[in-house]
Structure formats: structure tokens, C-alpha cells
Design a protein around this ligand. Structure first.
Ligand code: CP
Ligand code: NVA
Length: 309
């Protein structure tokens, strides 16, 4: 754990497979402690600043509750109210906040803003979602899969939908953890080419297979885990109509789920749109573990904070 102190948590690619597994194990341990009512406060007296330039339910609440349970305090900072919103340079903000806080979590649009914040800050920075990635989500998701399946290596995860932030992090995590990932997207909505290349490079070490296709049936065949996310992410609201057309054949529903393994798990980062990317029958059905996923955001992020702050 000592080796993670002071590190940023920006992308799963920045972490070794051993470090990611360590964080998942720590998350499971912290979850046990919390359920047993055991008080564990390694961050007593520490403050996490939480900058939000986009909406949030899970990320905000789980970080704020998580830092509190670890003995520290969370400070919600709306991007609109900070001087960043009026053009104060990110590098100045980073240096100023480093004089008050012990860690910063940021949710924003451009990933480069998070990289710049981390460059200017002398305290750890945690990526709470950018247009490019959502590593806290993927860490909690792999914890959840491990809890349900008892293993990760060799499992097949199928992602159906937009090649966005969530699948980017799932793909990087899959490469690091030896999970096979099959991604079906419409043309023009593929995952980022550079992240794909880096993930394929990393997968050589673990043997994970990364597969892209256009046919949801092909992606979902024999999958252990089926994952979907919204067709229009935050910031893409104006593209809703054209995306509904492009993604019309990419709904995860009962007919499609028949091609997955019988005991498949359905996952979604939430918030979800029932009747768009997923049918009500699937997301509210017996294979769905969406609320276990949401819960594990708390435990996984506590592990991240306890390890790096
Ligand atoms: N999944 C997720 O990050 O949810 P919020 O947008 O509610 O934080
Ligand atoms: N892809 C979604 C994830 C929300 C948690 C978005 O960026 O809006």
C-alpha cells in the first residue's frame, strides 16, 4: 500500500495488474469492515475536494460518504461556483487547492483538464469521470464481477453500445485483469483508437482478448457479463435523436440476452434509460446486478482514497 501513497488515479492504464488487484482486494476488505460496523479511519483530519462540472448521484454521494467513513471530510465544489468557471487557470487552481486539501476528485468534460490539474497539484487527483474515461466505475465493476463470479480471469464481458468513457475504462481494466472483452458499436462510435492500442498492448501480459465488432449478437455470444450504457452521454444531449437512430439495433433486451451464457450478469453504470439501451425486462430482471455495482462505488473509492491519500 505504501507504494500507492501520493499517486493520482486518472486511468487504469497507469496501474499495474497487481496494483489494481490490490485495490479490489482492499475494497472487499473495507466493505467487510463497514458491514461489520468496524470503525476504520486512516484519513482522520483529511479533506477531499470534489469538483463537479457535470451532474452526479452515485459519484458524489459515494465519495462524500466514503471520505467521511474513513475519518475525513468531503467538500463539494461546483464547477459553476469555482473561479475555474470564470476562467481561472487550472494550474493556479491546482496549486491553491493543494495548500488546503489532501486530495481532489474531479468530474469534468475534457480529460486533458484532469491531467493538467494533476500536473499542477501536489496532492493526489482522482478522475471521477471525463469524456474519455471513468476508472472508479470500472474498478467497482470488476470488484462486483469478482464477488458474483468468484474470479475474473478468463471471463467474457460483452459491451453493447457507445464506445465511450465507461467502455474505455472497462477495456483498460479487462486488459489488466485478464478479462476477455467484446465490444459491439455502430460504425463511427468505436472506442478511442489510441486507448484500444494501449489496451491491446497491455493485454499481451495477461492474455486478455479484446474484440470489436458491429453485431451485438456476435459480441454477446457466450458472455458471462453483459454491459450497456446510455446512447448519449452527458454533454451529448443535442445528439440524442441521431444517436437513437444509430443505436436502434443495439438495445440489450430479452431476445439478445438469449445468446449470452444462461447465468450471465447484466451490468450498467447508471443512470439508465429503460426502453433505449436496455429493456425493462433485462435491467429489472433476475440477472441484473446494477445496485450491487452502484454500492461498490463506495467501497472501491474508499480503497482508492485509503491507498493514495
Ligand atoms: N455511474 C455514475 O458515475 O453515476 P453518477 O453520474 O450518478 O455519479
Ligand atoms: N457515459 C455516461 C456515464 C455516466 C456515469 C456519461 O458520460 O454520461
Amino acid at each position: 500500500a505504501a507504494s500507492l501513497k501520493g499517486r493520482d488515479f486518472l486511468m487504469l492504464l497507469d496501474y499495474t495488474p497487481e496494483e489494481i488487484r490490490y485495490l479490489i482486494d482492499l475494497a472487499i476488505d473495507l466493505k467487510k469492515k463497514q458491514k461489520a460496523g468496524e470503525v476504520y479511519q486512516p484519513l482522520k483530519g483529511k479533506t477531499l475536494g470534489m469538483i463537479f462540472e457535470k451532474s452526479s448521484t452515485r459519484t458524489r454521494v459515494s465519495f462524500e460518504v466514503g471520505i467521511y467513513q474513513l475519518g475525513g471530510q468531503g467538500l463539494f465544489l461546483s464547477g459553476n461556483d469555482l473561479q475555474i468557471g470564470r476562467g481561472e487557470p487550472i494550474l493556479d487552481t491546482a496549486q491553491v487547492l493543494s495548500r488546503y486539501l489532501d486530495g481532489i476528485m474531479i468530474r469534468t468534460f475534457a480529460h486533458r483538464n484532469v491531467v493538467e490539474l494533476a500536473r499542477g497539484a501536489t496532492i493526489p487527483v482522482i478522475n471521477g469521470l471525463t469524456d474519455l474515461s471513468h476508472p472508479c466505475q470500472a474498478l467497482a465493476d470488476y470488484q462486483t464481477i469478482l464477488e458474483h463470479k468468484g474470479r475474473l480471469e478468463g471471463l467474457k464481458l460483452a459491451y453493447i453500445g457507445d464506445g465511450n468513457n465507461v467502455v474505455h475504462s472497462l477495456m483498460m481494466g479487462a486488459a489488466k485483469l485478464g478479462v476477455d472483452i467484446s465490444i459491439a458499436t455502430p460504425e463511427g462510435y468505436e472506442p478511442d483508437a489510441d486507448l484500444l492500442k494501449q489496451s491491446i498492448d497491455n493485454a499481451k501480459e495477461t492474455g486478455a482478448r479484446i474484440h470489436l465488432c458491429r453485431d451485438p449478437k456476435e459480441a454477446i455470444a457466450d458472455a458471462d457479463v453483459v454491459y450497456s450504457d446510455v446512447w448519449a452521454s452527458m454533454g451529448q444531449e443535442s445528439e440524442q435523436k441521431e444517436r437513437e437512430l444509430a443505436f436502434a439495433n443495439f438495445q440489450v433486451n430479452e431476445a439478445l440476452a438469449k445468446y449470452a451464457k444462461k447465468d450471465y450478469l447484466f451490468m450498467h453504470c447508471l443512470p439508465a434509460h429503460r426502453g433505449e439501451e436496455v429493456s425493462e425486462g433485462v435491467i429489472d430482471g433476475p440477472n441484473s446486478i446494477i445496485f450491487d455495482q452502484a454500492e461498490n462505488r463506495l467501497h472501491a473509492q474508499k480503497a482508492i482514497m485509503a491507498a493514495i491519500m
